[in-house]
Ligand binder design. Structure first.
Ligand code: SF4
Ligand code: SF4
Length: 143
């Protein structure tokens, strides 16, 4: 009998408590600090070139093997980052790629709403990863 009475009072008290969940997507929340969404490639703010030099350390550290990098050679014989792809179908948002990058050329954004019927939309190319800059602010979900 006791558990029944206890449960009754718990349920009765819940009627006066604020809900712990939100009505998604009508209600918005501030994304918790440190949350990991889609990775993005950072730009040098002076040259607007990607900071990444294509060293490949992040691809080696990615346990999901979802980073593919290709380096090219320009007319002056210098290497540059030609392609940088992340397949978000496999990404586990661990952040290893960010941690190993000595150039701090990649970071996690707060973009996490990724539902789409087309798996190809999760295959991010270099330009897609640069564009994610819009989502590097924490409270984008409130927009
Ligand atoms: S993001 Fe960093 S670790 Fe990855 S290839 Fe570019 S410079 Fe290297
Ligand atoms: S967050 Fe993790 S799984 Fe995703 S690309 Fe980076 S290292 Fe790979």
């Amino acid at each position: 009998m006791r558990p029944v009475i206890r449960d009754f009072f718990i349920e009765f008290g819940n009627m006066f408590r604020k809900p712990r969940t939100v009505v998604y997507p009508k209600e918005k929340i501030i994304i918790p600090d440190g949350s990991r969404g889609i990775p993005r490639l950072k730009l040098d703010l002076d040259s607007l070139e990607v900071l990444c030099n294509g060293c490949g350390d992040c691809a080696k550290a990615c346990s999901a093997r979802c980073i593919k990098i290709k380096r090219g050679i320009d007319e002056n014989g210098r290497e540059f980052l030609e392609e940088f792809n992340i397949d978000l179908n496999s990404c586990i948002f661990c952040g290893n790629c960010v941690e190993v990058c000595e150039r701090k050329a990649i970071e996690m954004t707060y973009r996490h709403q990724l539902a789409d019927q087309d798996r190809n939309s999760f295959k991010m190319e270099k330009q897609d990863l640069i564009k994610q800059a819009d989502y590097s602010i924490r409270d984008f979900w409130t927009k």
